[in-house]
Each structure stands twice: as C-alpha cells, then as structure tokens.
Design a protein around this ligand. Sequence first.
Ligand SMILES: [Cu+2]
Length: 141
Amino acid sequence: MTARPLLAALALAAAGCDLGYSVGTWPDAMVDARAPDADPAAPDGGADAARPAITVVMRNMAFVPKSITVARGTRVTWRNEDTMNHDVTQGDPGMAQPLFTSGNMFPGDSWSIDFDSAMNVTYHCSTHPNIMRDATVTVMP
Ligand SMILES: [Cu+2]
C-alpha cells in the first residue's frame, strides 16, 4: 500500500507546527487530524466499531459525495473505484506543503483519516487538479 511513507511524513509535519503557508483559519486542534490512522498496520482504516465512519469514493474523475459534513471522531475513508489512479490532497491545487496527502491510490485502494476536531478541510486530487478539486470535509463542533 502507499500509505506507509506518508505516515512518517505526517508525523514529521505534526512535530513542527509552522508549515510556512496559509490555508485560511484552521482550528487549534488540526494536528489531531494529521494522523490518518492510529494503526499503521491498517492504513485503509481497519475495523473500529466505536468510530462513526463514512466513505467517499473516487469514480468517473470525481469525489462522490464531493462535500460531506460529519460528526467529530468520524473516520473518513476514500476509496478509489475509478479505472485510474487518484489521490486525496489537502488544500487547493499547487499548494507547496499540504497538511495531508494520501499518495498515489491505485484502483481499489482505500485511505482514511480520523477527524477528531471541528474543522473545514478542502482537498483535491493532485493528479487531476483541474477536475477533482474543491471537495470538502466539514467536521461539526
Ligand atoms: Cu485524480
């Protein structure tokens, strides 16, 4: 799977909070969302019955649904059901240092983030930035 190197990158990002760019107003607890999964052995989320969960699929060059609103603590899983590779990358296309990125997701791959803090997140696919962009996750307070 592609998520393992990313976990290390996220840990580094979380250790140094000044990422040197502006993404608008982020809640103080954004750092919580940088850990995509508590269990690195299960980058696709694994089983966690206690956690609410929702899946966004990548299909026909689109995130479906494009915008979701979830309760705090929700595990959001992206699953690539398309015939080509995609990724899940925070922010607007071209951002130098996104807070998170799934890395390349092949057809059939899944990748998850546990959203434990209230926030608004915009994300896109860095491979298809002109088509798959402006998707959002809103985590309710
Ligand atoms: Cu894509």
